[in-house]
Design a protein around this ligand. Structure first.
Ligand code: NAG
Ligand code: NAG
Ligand code: NAG
Ligand code: NAG
Ligand code: NAG
Ligand code: NAG
Ligand code: NAG
Ligand code: NAG
Length: 447
């Protein structure tokens, strides 16, 4: 028995090693470029700050700064925490920067807005740096208070007749956007800290109503659903940031894949896994052949429609979580897991080729904040696009889907040729992997 298990474990690690070899070839090296740390350190060291970067201009890629009372406030500090993670994942790439101190420093600007703010449903995003802090120091009282306060803010937006937390102010009309799915996680985190199950129930109710009213049968999504706050019935469905009321705004679709994967991670409830899969399948099947995520899947092709690289990096990070969820099933859904991680890597590869921008302050260009409302705001760097690019890079490492590059392979301008294997080589290794898998499965059956 013992030797059988040992042999099985040896087989698994051999398979995993092979999997790494097959997939690593497609992971863009820019994800681990020292340019990332250099750019972030420059912005993080800006002593005049107190204002937070949100998006860049279109010409030079210079960050535009906003006061902390905006929905994106948490992403810059969370990116600094993510680089703290990165320095642990790849110690050899670390240049000694104290990312943890910088993350903590940049979080403090949010504290005055914990209980009184204009963050509406986005308090979940605002809580990210404090959630990050709790992963480092679970006893940090400032962070505990922040997470619980932000969760209470969101819970206070819950209407039991509608069954949802209200996304926007004012209270009427009662509007819920697909993005709101991303803010439910703070309710689970706070419930875990306080034992308050009401918070979990609110998240579950919101998610169930979103499945019923936002997600279409083909897995695509509406951006906004307006409810009657006194009867709970749907009044209308429309878009605030997408191309049309019945189109599929790509960033909203990405938030949906992610939000339902988070729901499954926190509840183990099958319908959330199914919804995340179905939204991811729509994203995959509707991606144009050039692999570039357009700002809206239904936006006309002429004039050329701008990309939204933030939708691509959010979707990639979401798909990596979905991949982990497939792997968490018993038995693990290895095929499903690989479908999603391969697709995530494909998105990251395309986004890097299109939008990696060493000369800009942001990491990426070609983000579209809002191409619906005047003035149109497209083709910029975006702080959350960059955050999810870095997080996806971390996740690929912690999932064993790539390895830290050697220091020498990442130096330089970032414009050096990328070591990507040819399609043919990849196919050969995939075939080899398949054959080995069959041989090993047969062998292990005989053990
Ligand atoms: C420093 O931050 C301020 C906003 O707080 C901004 O206006 C200024 O451009 C930044 N300086 C640099 C060099 O990035
Ligand atoms: C940082 O690492 C923790 C585990 O230590 C993980 O839970 C978290 O998702 C990571 N965050 C990022 C942004 O890499
Ligand atoms: C606790 O967390 C807050 C905000 O997350 C941070 O500013 C502060 O430095 C942390 N305190 C300690 C002692 O680490
Ligand atoms: C649990 O959270 C809900 C929503 O914020 C709140 O109304 C309720 O008072 C909390 N219960 C306890 C025991 O703190
Ligand atoms: C949206 O509805 C209009 C008609 O109201 C129709 O012409 C169009 O094809 C629809 N678009 C989508 C993406 O369903
Ligand atoms: C990407 O941005 C550049 C300008 O920064 C623009 O010329 C190009 O058309 C954009 N491509 C897409 C697909 O958005
Ligand atoms: C495995 O994952 C794929 C992709 O999500 C899904 O289509 C398939 O039904 C899953 N299989 C099982 C047994 O869960
Ligand atoms: C992108 O934004 C610019 C500036 O607001 C606008 O003039 C242009 O029409 C937009 N591009 C597209 C394809 O919508």
């Amino acid at each position: 028995m013992a030797s059988c298990r040992t042999r099985t474990i040896a087989l698994i690690s051999y398979c995993q090693l092979l999997l790494i070899l097959v997939i690593a070839a497609d992971v863009p090296v820019e994800l681990y470029s020292p340019i990332i740390g250099q750019k972030l350190l420059k912005i993080a060291s800006n002593e005049t700050a107190g204002q937070y970067p949100e998006y860049t201009d279109r010409e030079n890629g210079a960050w535009q700064y906003f006061d902390p009372n905006v929905w994106t406030v948490g992403f810059f500090p969370s990116t600094l925490y993510a680089l703290n993670n990165r320095s642990k994942l790849c110690p050899s790439l670390s240049d000694g920067t104290d990312w943890l101190s910088l993350g903590r420093q940049w979080s403090t600007g949010e504290i005055p807005y914990e209980t009184t703010n204009e963050l509406v449903h986005d308090v979940g995003f605002a809580s990210f740096p404090f959630q990050d802090e709790l992963l480092v120091n679970s006893a940090n009282q400032t962070a505990l208070t922040a997470v619980n306060d932000f969760a209470t803010d969101l819970a206070n937006r819950y209407n039991p007749i509608v069954g949802c937390t209200r996304s926007w102010d004012p209270a009427e009309p009662f509007e819920v956007i697909i993005d709101n799915m991303m803010n439910l996680e703070v309710l689970f985190v706070s419930a875990g800290l306080t034992g308050n199950d009401t918070l979990r129930q609110i998240a579950i109710s919101h998610a169930d109503h979103t499945i019923a009213n936002h997600v279409r049968p083909d897995g695509s999504s509406f951006h906004v659903v307006e409810y009657d706050s006194s009867t709970g019935s749907v009044v209308r469905r429309w878009t605030a940031q997408g191309y049309a009321d019945n189109s599929t705004w790509s960033r909203g679709q990405a938030w949906g894949i992610y939000g339902f994967a988070i729901m499954f991670a926190n509840t183990g409830t099958q319908r959330y896994l199914d919804t995340s899969r179905s939204m991811a399948t729509y994203f995959k099947n509707n991606l144009p052949s050039d692999g570039i995520v357009p700002w809206d899947f239904d936006a006309p092709l002429t004039p050329p429609r701008p990309a939204d690289t933030s939708a691509a990096t959010i979707a990639a990070t979401a798909l990596l979580l979905l991949s982990r969820m497939e792997q968490s099933l018993s038995p693990p859904n290895t095929t499903g897991s690989q479908i999603w991680s391969d697709f995530a890597i494909q998105l990251l590869d395309k986004v890097t080729t299109l939008a990696w921008k060493p000369s800009w302050q942001s990491l990426l260009s070609n983000g579209t904040v809002d191409n619906h409302n005047q003035p149109l705001n497209n083709l910029t760097g975006i702080v959350y696009g960059d955050y999810y690019y870095v997080k996806a890079g971390n996740d690929l490492l912690s999932m064993g889907l790539t390895q830290c590059p050697s220091k020498s392979s990442t130096t330089g301008s970032g414009s050096s040729p990328r070591p990507s294997s040819s399609g043919a080589a990849t196919d050969v290794s995939r075939l080899l992997f398949l054959v080995m898998g069959v041989v090993l499965a047969v062998t292990s059956g005989n053990l």
